[in-house]
Design a protein around this ligand. Structure first.
Ligand code: FES
Length: 146
């Protein structure tokens, strides 16, 4: 490779590196948690946040929860030590299903954005997401859906 071509290749790689890094950090894979429903409460084992890789446990920052009775999934997001927020993934603008990534929820229809607590960050939506009360007991997270 001649010098000019080498410098051009390095330049492209250096310019692309920050974008690739940002893309990778925002691409946590979507995992649908195993759950059960008991009297208007969805039960999600805390172990659903665990990822076992090469005999080492790491933790997901969120899991998606879907039951047969729901039209939209719920995103169960860990916001702190033993703190979880359960948000319905239905945009409050016109009802599109939201995407999760980069620490926000974004709407593919008209661009609204919400933080992981369901608060509107960017319109056109002007209402926060529907969230559900959660509590932890016996190694499970209980999401009260009504
Ligand atoms: S439906 Fe989400 S921004 Fe319009």
């Amino acid at each position: 490779m001649d010098r000019k071509k080498f410098l051009k290749t390095c330049g492209v790689a250096l310019v692309g590196l920050p974008f690739a890094s940002a893309l990778l950090t925002s691409c946590e894979s979507i995992y649908y948690a195993t759950n059960s429903v008991q009297n208007n409460t969805i039960v999600v084992p805390l172990s659903e946040f665990e990822i076992l890789k090469k005999n080492k446990i790491t933790y997901r920052t969120f899991v998606m929860v879907k039951t047969a009775n729901q039209d939209f999934p719920i995103c169960l997001y860990k916001t702190g030590e033993n703190k979880y927020v359960a948000s319905l993934m239905k945009c409050t603008h016109r009802g599109c299903e939201l995407n999760v990534g980069g620490g926000i929820y974004s709407c593919p229809c008209h661009g609204s954005e919400f933080d992981t607590k369901g608060t509107v960050l960017e319109g056109p939506a002007d209402l926060d997401l529907k969230t559900f009360k959660t509590n932890i007991k016996n190694e499970n997270i209980y999401i009260q859906i009504s």
